[in-house]
Design a protein around this ligand. Sequence first.
Ligand code: GLC
Length: 573
Amino acid sequence: MSSFNLTVDVTENGNGNLKNADSSHTLDDIDDVDFSKLLEKPRPLNIDRLRSLDERSLTELSGSPQLRNVDSASRLHDQADYVISPSVGRRSGYNTPRSLHGFETHPMVGEAWDALRRSMVYFRGQPVGTIAAVDNSEEKLNYDQVFVRDFVPSALAFLMNGEPDIVKNFLLKTLRLQSWEKKIDRFQLGEGVMPASFKVFHDPVRNHETLIADFGESAIGRVAPVDSGFWWIILLRAYTKSTGDSSLADMPECQKGIRLILSLCLSEGFDTFPTLLCADGCCMIDRRMGVYGYPIEIQTLFFMALRCALLLLKQDGEGKEMVEQIVKRLHALSYHMRSYFWLDLKQLNDIYRYKTEEYSHTAVNKFNVIPDSLPEWVFDFMPPHGGFFIGNVSPARMDFRWFALGNCIAILSSLATPEQSTAIMDLIESRWEELVGEMPLKVCYPAIESHEWRIVTGCDPKNTRWSYHNGGSWPVLLWLLTAACIKTGRPQIARRAIEVAEARLHKDHWPEYYDGKLGRYVGKQSRKNQTWSIAGYLVAKMMLEDPSHVGMVALEEDKQMKPVMRRSNSWTC
Ligand code: GLC
């Protein structure tokens, strides 16, 4: 059982800082992703709703004098179509037996809403989040807390259902927690760090509630929640986009919160790459799993958070300086990721034939990757059409594993070019058995086994092969897959995956994860009634019903970040 050493009374003790494109399309002809064309059935969807200020280029945002010193209310509303979905007041699943678009609502949807509501956490009478799992049969550990990353699908479900208050409360409470002094033993953490999770502590003597946060100081392995701050920014933008209410993001406290989170990542140092250097277990995979270095999940969330921050930050004094830093970083980051993390058949073949020990800027094998380190499986796994962003790139190291979250976020944030996005979807279709199998979706592929498992995980008995983070199947990833499918114009892929999940999820009591090569078995230590499995399903269903919801979590390609290379010859450019 975890213990806590940080108690934050947010109202009394807080230290005042409340402070369809098909794969034959070329890069050029699918520049403008027009979501309306992607729908298989005609919907009463305003085609223009999904075009918004997101499409403004970075250069425009940083350089245009008209955009300086404008207040963000006008920034956010300068296009009438800013609100992409008239969600307020709408109940798309819980109270309506049939959806507005004429789809039959699956009986599981109502059950899922009931279960989601049971997970809600209240603080002094107000809903502030959802707990990770409502499962009393297993040791609770920290599953009785509101995790920042876990709350994201819950928040999206509430936003899509016209219930933004819980999301607003969550954003404000976690912002308060950020301002608390954070220490692990005698070491003080950065000001901008957001908690991994928090819970409400009820003092029966004083009959008083306080919030208790965990910034990693209680977490198993003392892992750092690097992803929390990024998710917070992404959620703030989703809230603003969904409600059309920019007053929350405009609050000086929120502006400061964004700046503090990003200051942690944008400060100058010894880095030779624009990617973010992290310790193991810094994200959804919060145990030792060989994701240290430059993990794809963090890099894509970083990219997405930077782009969201550009839309949210006011360009006044400090904001303006940060916007300039963000713009520079985005250019460097997208170049680096698209060039060096991208893998397809051509690229794989190039690496296979690499020369090593090349000195100077003319080097082709820039990271001195030794071809002998290429794993056998990747040659069979790579389909003729298709590709993906690999797990990690650093000196002499390419982690070729596929990670679902990072690749979906790459699509949603438009870090992936339209061609790369199409290729990722092609890969998912061609490797359906391996990645979806009997339960969507593999968190990573393949599993590591035997000696490698001993060395990489430190003999972790929770992460044995094809279990948990090591090749386990996580239903929560369904919402990310669905959003990516809709954005790339391939909703039929999501439909197929959802059908697979519907055959079991409810019957199995919404497990946290499944085990086995095909995801056939309820996970060894999987919690039941895992909230993000429930919310992930609901969000996936609601997005398919009304694809304009995807706009909350998707950003259009920035025309100024046009790739300098085309798919298949990225390495040499
Ligand atoms: C596990 C997962 C982590 C999640 C937490 C709560 O630790 O690895 O991603 O946030 O459970 O559900």
